[in-house]
Design a protein around this ligand. Structure first.
Ligand code: GRF
Length: 199
């Protein structure tokens, strides 16, 4: 199965998916990486692995619709079976979601529906949550609202700050992402309302 990974940041999730290729039976392969900024660390990780990249930066487009369309085109070039938003800090518009219905997934560093949005780790700490984690979900038109594929829990330790907690979440998140992307690509996924069936 062909994966296209969308990144804005460091790309540790991307690196985990690339490392999974080295396993003998992993059914998915990263065939392209698309970033919304040229400075995304994930682009370096992709280049080092010999994976082709594209940058579609909002500043290069007159309006949101232009960027949405260009992003869809950049992803389509790689003919993905599954699009993985892994630390991509933008909301995906209709051109992407309608082209790959129920074939775009996202990792979020909290147990949805708690703490959606861009500051999930900080928000969980500020709330005083004792358990948080990460969610892999199907992307729909809302912000972190799509049907849940998998979740992993992470205990908040006394003395945690945003960085230490996010680091532990990311360790758990990477393992979940690799496992479930493999299952989705290898066995297929059906989405009916909020019910997700994998395999
Ligand atoms: C992940 O925790 C993801 O859930 C969040 O941002 C982080 C991205 O990490 N949205 P990386 O760029 O894959 O290292």
């Amino acid at each position: 199965g062909r994966l296209v990974v969308l990144v804005s940041g460091g790309g540790s999730n991307l690196a985990a998916l690339l490392a999974a290729h080295d396993g003998p039976d992993y059914p998915a392969r990263v065939v392209g990486v698309v970033a919304d900024r040229a400075s995304a660390g994930g682009l370096e990780i992709a280049r080092a692995a010999g994976v082709p990249t594209a940058v579609v930066a909002p500043g290069d487009f007159a309006d949101r619709a232009g960027w949405d369309a260009a992003l869809a085109e950049a992803v389509a070039v790689f003919r993905p079976d599954l699009v993985v938003s892994a630390g991509f800090m933008r909301i995906l518009g209709a051109p992407v979601l309608e082209r790959w219905p129920d074939r775009v997934v996202n990792t979020h560093p909290a147990l949805l529906p708690s703490f959606p949005g861009a500051h999930a780790v900080r928000d969980a700490l500020a709330f005083g949550a004792k358990v948080t984690g990460s969610t892999l979900h199907v992307v729909d038109a809302g912000v972190d609202t799509g049907p849940v594929i998998a979740q992993v829990a992470v205990v908040v330790e006394p003395g945690d700050d945003e960085a230490s907690l996010h680091e532990r979440i990311k360790v758990a998140e990477r393992a979940m992402l690799v496992e479930w992307v493999g299952r989705v690509v290898g066995g297929g996924m059906r989405v009916e309302g909020r019910a997700v069936t994998v395999g």
